[in-house]
Design a protein around this ligand. Sequence first.
Ligand code: IPE
Ligand code: IPE
Ligand code: MG
Length: 251
Amino acid sequence: MSDKASIKSGPDHIGIIMDGNGRWAQSQGLSRIKGHQQGVETCRRVIEACQELDIHYLTLYAFSAENWKRPETEVNALMELLELFLMRETDTLIKHGIKLHAIGRIHELPAKPRAALEQAMEATSHFKDWHLVLALNYSSRNEIVDATRAIVKKTIKGKLYPEDIEWEDIKGKLYTDGLPDPDLIVRTSGENRLSNFLLMQSAYAEFYFTPTCWPDFTKAHLQEAIDSYHSRERRFGRTGEQLDRETSLSR
Ligand code: IPE
Ligand code: IPE
Ligand code: MG
């Protein structure tokens, strides 16, 4: 390993756009719902793999605000799977000390999965080291709308002057307030787009796209994504030479 690679750390936060459940199922003559069921198994596997690989934050894009447009039977099946997952996995989260968070317009979820979600978040709220974030009814654009509404309310009350608004004020009103930005965004199934996922938070994230569909995604695939991440130089606007100098000074 080169000096540069050996001192590189992270990623600490991985966001995953879990895509391709439907195509995975259909390619084998199965219903799309079977693909989602298999996708839940991958979630379990990847949550476990993240702890083994020392990734402290994992955000899973589970249901977008746009996914309501799918056939009602598929939406209902996804909501039932969510509820089942939460009921079955809460004990595992507790056993592994993982705090559950949710981002998105959670109040618009159907009552049963919402109650299961709130229960699971409550039961894991005291954990500090490991974090699982579920993006549910999530849309980056809705997130900005909601943040803007909150900021405008503050300005109307005279608590914040428009000319004083900074990124930190907006960041503090995003659903992800308190969570670090993702270092790496992974999307499965060969699609090369973000589909409204963490647009603001991924301003400086690295991206990794794999043709593997989500039900087939394993710890080895996650390791490949992490290896790719380590091969990159994150410059955050600076030059490579500046980074080299800082690296040698910090040693
Ligand atoms: C991802 O798989 C799961 C959700 C979006 C809920 P898809 O259901 O999008 O699978 P494809 O993209 O149709 O194959
Ligand atoms: C993005 O996948 C949403 C989730 C993974 C939950 P989609 O399958 O809904 O995205 P598009 O429609 O192909 O962009
Ligand atoms: Mg899809």
